[in-house]
Design a binder for this molecule. Structure first.
Ligand SMILES: [Zn+2]
Length: 72
């Protein structure tokens, strides 16, 4: 598996695209969680709100783009 770390600290562009889908419901993903174990999880805004607090302790990085909720 290839691990790619892409940091855009002050970006105004969304990293997640329409091709990224929520693992729970297949809606467009707005949050990407990189796990300490190396895997990645994708959540829509709804499921991010539901699951994110439980996942914080397992995450090494969380990309939160819920502020880009403009084009659905
Ligand atoms: Zn979802």
């Amino acid at each position: 598996m290839t691990v790619t770390t892409l940091e855009r600290p002050s970006s105004s562009e969304a990293t997640l695209t329409a091709a990224d889908r929520c693992d729970q419901c297949s809606a467009r993903a707005r949050v990407r969680v990189t796990l300490k174990s190396g895997g990645q999880l994708f959540f829509c805004a709804h499921h991010a709100a539901k699951h994110l607090t439980a996942i914080y302790s397992k995450a090494s990085h969380i990309l939160d783009e819920r502020h880009f909720l403009l084009d659905d």
